[in-house]
Design a protein. Structure first.
Length: 129
């Protein structure tokens, strides 16, 4: 491709990234200054403070990349869990597998399945004289 088109794409990316950061900062600043002083009697913040708050929240809660488990989707985590369980169950006998399934159903199933049914006491017959 032409070198000018790559430069133009790079500049376009930088412009859209700056526009996104500015829009996110403005929306966050507006929400903060609208809610926090009224609800919590907190201070109003400037645009620069808002960008710092967004950066801090990204560092604390978002991570920096898609590597590791922080960037994994729920579908991927579910797939890895399923593969792990299947590999463990492959080493079990059918009796052990069934016992494991029953334990998992009791521990992790829907709430109505977690409760063990209470067996009714057997009536005792008392001989009458």
């Amino acid at each position: 491709m032409n070198r000018n088109s790559w430069l133009l794409r790079g500049l376009r990316f930088v412009a859209f990234a700056a526009l996104f950061v500015a829009a996110a900062g403005f929306v966050t600043m507006s929400l903060w200054n609208w809610l926090v002083p009224v609800l919590f009697h907190g201070p109003s913040i400037s645009f620069a403070q808002t960008l710092g708050l967004l950066l801090l929240s990204r560092i604390l809660f978002g991570g920096w990349g898609r590597g590791g488990q922080a960037g994994m989707t729920w579908a991927r985590k579910k797939q890895l869990w399923r593969e792990k369980i299947e590999s463990r169950m492959a080493d079990m006998t059918p009796e052990q597998q069934e016992k494991f399934r029953q334990k998992m159903q009791v521990a992790c199933g829907p709430a109505w399945m977690r409760r063990q049914p209470v067996e009714a006491p057997q009536p005792t017959h008392v001989e009458q004289r």
